[in-house]
Design a protein. Structure first.
Length: 209
């Protein structure tokens, strides 16, 4: 992974530095603060920026296979930070790259497999709603596929527009709801907001599997 010295090429508002830490200078206290379970907690509390920072500290010191896993979750956190800050293109790119790394791990079951599936569903949801927004005007909808023309129609990916909101059901979790200015006459499409229900023990079990 190349080191980014300035702003991420995917966004003008989110800096991904991938800093390399000197362990002797950082000391034991910082190592304790940058724990995996802290990152999980931050992700699930939707504090994606802070989650990125914690995972970055873990990622730069980790060895495989944990290194790829950290990086994949990190990119998913960045993706949701983008999504809720109206950088939809950046969200799709980071979620896509994060999902590729999660799939590379070949999880067959457990919390990491569940997380991978939820990220996949969320990415598909964002892609499909972006396609719908780009293809449909006031009186016309174009047929969209994965052709170059379809991607051209996405244009600026509705950058800066508030298209997604959160909806929480006490009995059914939190959902991302698509809510463009042209409101739906029926129920707007939504997808479950991914959550990571993994602990340090799950990570250790995978490392020694």
């Amino acid at each position: 992974m190349s080191q980014h010295g300035g702003r991420s090429k995917h966004s003008s508002s989110f800096r991904i530095s991938y800093r390399y830490y000197n362990l002797e200078e950082d000391g034991e206290e910082e190592e304790e603060d940058c724990g995996f379970e802290e990152a999980v907690s931050l992700f699930n509390k939707r504090e994606y920026y802070k989650c990125h920072d914690v995972l970055e500290a873990l990622w730069v010191k980790a060895e495989e296979p944990s290194r790829t896993l950290y990086h994949g979750i990190l990119q998913c956190a960045v993706g949701f930070h983008h999504l809720f800050n109206q950088n939809h293109k950046g969200a799709m790119m980071e979620l896509g790259e994060g999902l590729c790394k999660l799939k590379r791990m070949d999880f067959e079951s457990g919390p990491f497999r569940q997380f991978e599936q939820e990220i996949s569903a969320a990415l598909d949801f964002v892609y499909q709603t972006q396609i719908e927004l780009a293809a449909c005007g006031d009186d016309l909808c174009l047929a969209m596929d994965q052709s170059e023309r379809s991607y051209q129609l996405l244009g600026a990916y509705a950058a800066g527009q508030h298209l997604y909101r959160l909806q929480t059901d006490p009995n059914d979790g939190t959902y991302v709801v698509f809510c463009p200015q042209n409101s739906y006459s029926g129920e707007p499409p939504k997808v479950k907001l991914p959550a990571l229900n993994a602990t340090k023990d799950h990570l250790i079990a995978y490392e020694f599997n």
